[in-house]
Design a protein around this ligand. Sequence first.
Ligand code: NDP
Length: 247
Amino acid sequence: EVDMRGRTALVTGGSRGIGAATALRLARDGADVAVTYAHGEEAAREVVRTIESTGRRGVALRADSGDAAEAAGAVERAAEALGGRLDVLVNNAGVGVLGPIETISFPDVDRVLAVNVRGVYVASRAAAGVMGRGGRIITIASCMTQRVPGPGGTLYAMSKSALIGLNKALARELGGRGITANVVHPGPIDTDMNPADGPMAEGQIGLTALGRFGSADEVASLVAYLAGEEAGYVTGAEFSVDGGHAA
Ligand code: NDP
């Protein structure tokens, strides 16, 4: 358990998967938590109900991370809904389009970069405007930034790799204000995006040292550590929670 009492957090893409698990973990540790979603209103409401069952404040905000104004606005809306301040931003919302490079359409290139890169940039920028000392920006990138084990990952790996440079620059930009920025690289994690019983699962399992998929909760526990006070001297860094995928 990480002591998050009295802290407020926004998790983008918090209606399902890693984002939902992270939102619930931060709430169980004592934070009031807002989540964004693009389409899954009912799922986001259910996450809020579960947050509220822990006794914490929960807020669901519809905001498409692929729209720059909505992505930035969500940070301000979350801070306002949670009492005027935001301590933790988890940039989790992301999309993947995989396939041979010739088959990736230009609209797909624009959409993936808009959600995975520009959405993170503008949300982090907005967070910098509302965060005080002790603020935390935690960005979910991917094990595909460390090792691309086969074809089909050009667009996704490019989009996620941009977050590594952004993170280092954010750490330098915000360090003087006592705000940290870190990146988490999940390996194969059992979610709707990458189901453990999906057609690509066996190959991914074989690439891990542990021989299994990870759970969303196993990513959430690393995010919780980085969000807590004990991680106060950790910034500009990258952390893999990938079952040894990069080893
Ligand atoms: P899921 O597809 O299971 O869930 C995605 C979440 O993000 C949903 O809550 C979804 O909301 C939300 N979302 C998607 N697009 C947008 C958008 N444009 N604006 C706002 N919210 C959006 O994904 P995962 O939980 O698996 O992945 C979470 C993050 O982890 C992503 O960034 C992904 O790239 C990364 N990752 C995942 C890995 C895995 O194996 N699962 C491995 C490495 C990285 P809605 O319900 O409304 O669609």
